[in-house]
Each structure stands twice: as structure tokens, then as C-alpha cells.
Design a protein around this ligand. Structure first.
Ligand SMILES: Cc1ncc(COP(=O)(O)O)c(C=O)c1O
Length: 345
């Protein structure tokens, strides 16, 4: 039988481990719409505590987590400042415009990082006839910019500008645990700097389903209303919450291995093809590769069919690789060798 492919397309492709499956099977459950699922209630309390906030809300997806949070933080017809390639702008099917009535003010920011200066320049004057600026969204880590991490000083700078303007700060923290592990910053440091944030359990943490919104009690109560409206209130969802509790216990510290593997891929490819990537830019679990004269789509096809290596194409000459708990160091080395060989051909 041929080896299973080495799947580096995304950290969302992981399958629950045997330990996680056991935790799911053993979960105590109840009807969460009645507030009676003990595993969900415990998870939400534990997550709120870890982020230093009052409350948390389990949602089926990151896209829904972003939507319910933005419904609370920005009224229809107001404007939200975001980095131009942010997931909320580019990959959420226009939901925030269609369902939330929001207008986006997108900002080109090198490395995907919004600074105080960039945000200040993007805010509208608070007077007639300008559109009302309501919220700034940061993405931790930045997906489209290769897993880059906001440092606390930069977040503080943005927070200060937002406070001056009397508006909110939201963190789309789909990969905030990667940021926390890479930077050595406990997640409550992020939690207390934002009006609300969310993280995804279905990415580096290795869960099959789930994202969690964190914030003050009032905000979370209101988000719960929006989650219901969007059809995301579920019943015996403790089986999924149990997976997240398991991941928070077993899969956080190991994210450092994913980061080391991403750096290893970059090192191996750069040693053969220095123009393809600068390893020092690899901050967490993503590697973006410049394919030079090769078409990324051709490489994706050849790597997949001939080398058993699955990677993503993010542009005509750009590949994305994401490390995760289903690919070990040996697999990453094999994948990097195959990529380096094809880039050199
Ligand atoms: C930064 C970011 N935010 C939100 C999401 C949405 O998560 P989901 O696919 O669970 O809806 C993703 C998914 O890749 C993401 O990368």
C-alpha cells in the first residue's frame, strides 16, 4: 500500500487522536440550548478564565465566531478597520456585509500587521457626513501573511488609538495559541487587550469542530443570541467541547513542534533555493514559498500526484505549507526535499 500523503495544505486537516476520541466518547452531555451541557459549560468557564475574561461561547466554526462577535461590536452601517488580506475580509463569503450590514475599511499593512499609525490614518473623523468607525480587527496569527505574530506593544498601540476614538478592538485569534507559544505570551495578555476575541480549536489544536468567543458577560450573552439566530445553537455538544478540553490540556505546548517543523521546511528549501523563502520570516506553523518561474498550480499537481505531498497554492507563484500534529519531523523533511528538488528542476 502506498504511504498516506503528507498533507501540508492546512492545519485544519488533522483527525482526532485516539485520546481525543476517548474523551469525546466519555463526555457527559445535556441540552446546551437549555444551558444543561456540563462539558460545554465547564469548557466555557475554563476558557474564560485562561483568557482572563468573564465568559466564553462555543460556536461551530471560526466564521460564525467572527460573525457573532462582530454583530455585538459593530452596528449595521458602521465601518470596521482591517488588514486588507484578513480572513474576515477575504474568506468569509461576504457574510459581514450581507448579514451584519458592515462596511470594511481595508488597510495595506506589511506583514499583515496593523500599527497604531495605520489605524489612526484609517479612522474617519467622528462628524457628519462621515461613516462611523466602530471597530478595529486584528488577526493573530495572520493567515495570509504566513502566520506572523502581533507583539504586545503593537497591540497596545492599536488599543490606545481605539480608546482615543472610543471604538472597540477585536482579535480574530483563530491561531492565537500558536502566537502564544511562539512568543511565550500567556493568552490572558491578549484577552485583556481586546473587547473580544475568538480562537479556533479545529486548527493547530487538532479538534474536529469548534471555535470559542471570549469577552465580558454582557457581550457573550448577546453573542449567544446571535449564535441562535445564525443556527449555531446546538444540543448535546459536550462531545465536541470534550475534544476542546482535551486539546487545551494536551495539544498546546506541542505547537512548538509544529513551529520547529515549519522552520525546518524553510531551512531545507532555502538551502537549495535561497530565493524561495527566508527562514527567519517563519514565525509559527506556516511557510510561504515563492516558486520563481514555476507555476504554483503545476507544482501542487506534481507534488500531489508524484511525491505524495499536498500543499496549497495561494497565487500564481506562491505556495503555502502548514504544519500540524498529523505531520512529524521526518514527513516535513521528506516534503521539503521533494519541494526543493522540484523548484530546482
Ligand atoms: C484567521 C482565520 N479566521 C477565521 C477562520 C475561520 O475558521 P473556520 O474555517 O472554522 O470557519 C480561519 C480559517 O482558516 C482563519 O484562518
Amino acid at each position: 500500500m502506498p504511504d498516506a500523503p503528507i498533507d501540508l495544505r492546512s492545519d485544519t486537516v488533522t483527525r482526532p487522536t485516539p485520546g481525543m476520541r476517548r474523551a469525546m466518547a466519555d463526555a457527559e452531555v445535556g441540552d446546551d440550548v437549555y444551558g444543561e451541557d456540563p462539558t460545554v459549560t465547564t469548557l466555557e468557564r475554563e476558557v474564560a478564565e485562561r483568557f482572563g475574561r468573564e465568559a466564553a461561547l462555543f460556536t461551530p466554526t471560526g466564521v460564525m465566531a467572527n460573525q457573532v462577535a462582530l454583530r455585538v461590536l459593530a452596528a449595521p452601517g458602521t465601518e470596521v478597520v482591517l488588514e486588507a488580506a484578513a480572513h474576515i475580509v477575504a474568506y468569509e463569503a461576504g457574510a459581514h456585509a450581507q448579514l451584519g450590514g458592515l462596511q470594511f475599511r481595508t488597510v495595506d499593512a506589511p506583514g499583515g500587521t496593523l500599527t497604531a499609525e495605520l489605524v489612526r490614518a484609517a479612522l474617519r473623523p467622528p462628524s457628519f457626513p462621515y461613516t462611523t468607525s466602530a471597530l478595529v480587527c486584528l488577526e493573530q496569527t495572520s493567515n495570509r501573511w504566513g502566520g506572523t505574530v502581533y507583539d504586545l506593544d503593537t497591540i497596545d498601540g492599536v488599543r490606545a488609538v481605539a480608546d482615543e476614538a472610543g471604538i472597540g478592538v477585536y482579535i480574530d485569534g483563530a491561531r492565537i495559541w500558536n502566537a502564544s507559544v511562539a512568543a511565550g505570551v500567556p493568552v490572558d495578555e491578549y484577552g485583556r487587550r481586546a473587547d473580544a476575541l475568538m480562537f479556533s480549536a479545529s486548527k493547530g489544536l487538532g479538534c474536529p469542530v469548534g471555535s470559542i468567543v471570549v469577552g465580558d458577560r454582557d457581550l457573550v450573552d448577546e453573542a449567544r443570541h446571535w449564535r441562535r439566530l445564525y443556527g449555531g445553537a446546538m444540543r448535546q455538544v459536550g462531545v465536541l467541547a470534550a475534544a476542546v478540553r482535551y486539546a487545551l490540556e494536551h495539544h498546546v505546548d506541542r505547537l512548538a513542534e509544529d513551529h520547529a517543523n515549519a522552520r525546518l521546511i524553510a531551512d531545507v528549501v532555502a538551502a537549495a533555493q535561497p530565493a524561495a523563502v527566508q527562514p527567519a520570516t517563519v514565525a509559527t506553523n506556516m511557510v510561504y514559498l515563492d516558486t520563481g518561474e514555476h507555476l504554483a498550480s503545476d507544482l501542487v499537481a506534481a507534488l500531489g500526484t508524484e511525491d505524495g505531498v499536498l500543499v496549497g497554492s495561494m497565487g500564481p507563484h506562491l505556495l503555502r505549507l502548514v504544519t500540524h500534529l498529523d505531520v512529524d519531523e521526518a514527513a516535513c523533511r521528506r516534503a521539503a526535499d521533494a519541494i526543493a528538488r522540484r523548484l530546482g528542476a
